[in-house]
Design a protein around this ligand. Structure first.
Ligand code: NAD
Length: 472
């Protein structure tokens, strides 16, 4: 249980079980002392997070470029600007979120008043993923702070420049008695998971999600698991095809080159309509990334060799490699894979069995669009499901019949940006949700409080019980 490097801002030191346990003990003491409970403390920390976004955007963009080759504008919009919105919303609405809510009472409790009080859970752990390392780290931290918790953030080791910048900035700006960053990989996370937390908020793949939930079960710790899955896109022939494919490209290759949890994973359309979809995709992809997409600066690279090889394996599988209808170029040296479209790969191939999480997009054709419901509903519930159509009946049936973390009709991925919608999965794609007020709720306990008066102390409820007392 010994590993190296936890706090890179100080000298490299060894993180051991005792460090993890001391960290939680110290933070619990601070939580119990009430450090984080007041409105003012929460607001001060949120404002500091805003300063980080405002003052350090160039460093953040540069770290994201180091880790993922992320285009500057993509980083500014999807990581910094969205975080800024999230913080501003929390600052604006925090008083309302914190306020107790009146609850109705009934004849059985009369006379009484009741309210629901949001209280912080305590000492919480946020474990985040590499693909949007700032957004996925700080957004849950906003929720944890807004709700009045002390929090430990464990960023992903697969985005080391972002992880180390997060550790530096949070240490520099936030209250160290209540907000800490522990950098590290499996060993450090395992040591942290041994501790008793009041909530674990995890973003990542479902295999590790199971490890998190098992560790949490030992202490009966509640979890939010923000996982992934294969998010389908259904394209009806009654659509605006140009806008359809542009929005698919934006949600797929324009979001970290397909390395996003709500990235369109595969397309479902009819055999008849598929050629038109392919032509439109080719045309728009070429308009966006030119005829040498490998040289385009507008797509991220693959995060590391492991993921590059994983994607290559999907692409090189028998009966898959011959199904490429666009793209297919890759370079292991610079970890680039070009936008790639495939047609009618076998349904039991790797690319159709596992979450792709990269720039490959298979199209599965159907005899009629109705078959899409069977294909989607026979698979694990996805994090997102998308439909492009002008047909109202189809929209209605899709939103009613398809179970997914979220559904978007006539666009992809944009629901992530709407804080009025809860963001989270269902079934295999996750447990719990966050964003906006839902983040506050994810880190709060809703405490029921009932105030009774001494009036109206009816004899009916006390022994000796008798039907006569009830007037029966
Ligand atoms: P990752 O490799 O960064 O892992 C996530 C976290 O788990 C990291 O902090 C890592 O240190 C930790 N971890 C890894 N192995 C561990 C172990 N054995 N024990 C304890 N902790 C461990 O990220 P990833 O899993 O490759 O992320 C991609 C997956 O995450 C995809 O499935 C994607 O869909 C999903 N995802 C979901 C969301 C969402 O909001 N729902 C967002 C991003 C990614």
């Amino acid at each position: 249980f010994i590993s190296v490097i936890v706090d890179r801002s100080a000298m490299a030191k060894i993180f051991q079980m005792a460090d993890a346990s001391n960290l939680v003990t110290e933070l619990r003491r601070n939580f119990d002392a009430g450090v984080t409970r007041g409105y003012e403390w929460r607001v001060t920390q949120l404002k500091k997070l805003l300063v980080i976004c405002d003052k350090h955007e160039p460093e953040i963009v540069s770290a994201l470029h180091d880790d993922l080759g992320k285009p500057e504008l993509e980083s500014s919009v999807y990581e910094v600007a969205l975080l800024r919105n999230s913080i501003k919303l929390a600052l604006k609405q925090l008083k309302d979120w914190m306020a107790p809510h009146k609850a109705k009472t009934s004849l059985t409790t009369f006379p009484a008043s009741a309210k629901i009080v949001s209280e912080p859970l305590g000492v919480v752990l946020v474990i985040s993923a590499w693909n949007f390392p700032f957004m996925l780290s700080i957004d849950p931290v906003i929720g944890a702070i807004s709700a009045g918790n002390v929090v430990v953030l464990k960023p992903s080791e697969l985005a080391p420049a972002s992880s180390s910048l997060l550790a530096k900035l949070l240490k520099q700006y936030l209250d160290p008695s209540a907000v800490r960053v522990v950098e590290g990989a499996v060993t450090e996370t395992t040591l942290l998971l041994e501790q008793k937390w009041d909530k674990i908020f995890y973003t990542g793949n479902s295999r590790i999600g199971r490890i998190i939930m098992t560790a949490a079960a030992k202490h009966l710790t509640p979890v939010s698991l923000e996982l992934g899955g294969k998010s389908p896109v259904v394209i009806d022939s009654d659509t605006n095809l140009k806008i359809t494919v542009r929005r698919i490209i934006s949600g797929k290759w324009g979001c970290n080159n397909g390395q996003a949890c709500i990235s369109p994973d595969y397309i479902l359309t009819t055999k008849e309509y598929a050629p038109k979809v392919i032509d439109a995709l080719k045309k728009e992809l070429e308009a966006f990334y030119g005829n040498n997409p490998m040289g385009s600066k507008d797509t991220s690279r693959i995060v590391n060799l492991n993921h590059f090889d994983r994607l290559s394996k999907m692409l090189e599988e028998k009966e898959v490699s011959n199904k490429i209808v666009y793209g297919g170029q890759k370079n292991r040296e610079n970890l680039k894979i070009s936008p790639t479209v495939l047609l009618d790969v076998p349904l039991d191939s790797l690319i159709m069995s596992e979450e792709i999480f990269g720039p490959l997009l298979p199209i599965v054709t159907l005899n009629n669009l109705e078959e899409c419901f069977g294909v989607i509903n026979s698979r694990p519930k996805p994090l997102a499901a998308y439909l492009f159509t002008k047909n109202h009946k189809l929209k209605k049936k899709f939103t009613k019949t398809v179970s997914a973390g979220g559904i978007v009709v006539n666009d992809t991925a944009v629901h992530f940006t709407l804080p009025t919608l809860p963001f989270g999965g269902v079934g295999e794609s996750g447990i719990g949700s966050y964003h906006g007020k839902f983040s506050f709720d994810a880190f709060s306990h809703k405490k029921s409080v009932l105030f009774k008066s001494f009036l109206g102390d009816s004899a009916i409820r006390y022994p000796p019980y008798s039907r006569r007392k009830l007037g029966l």
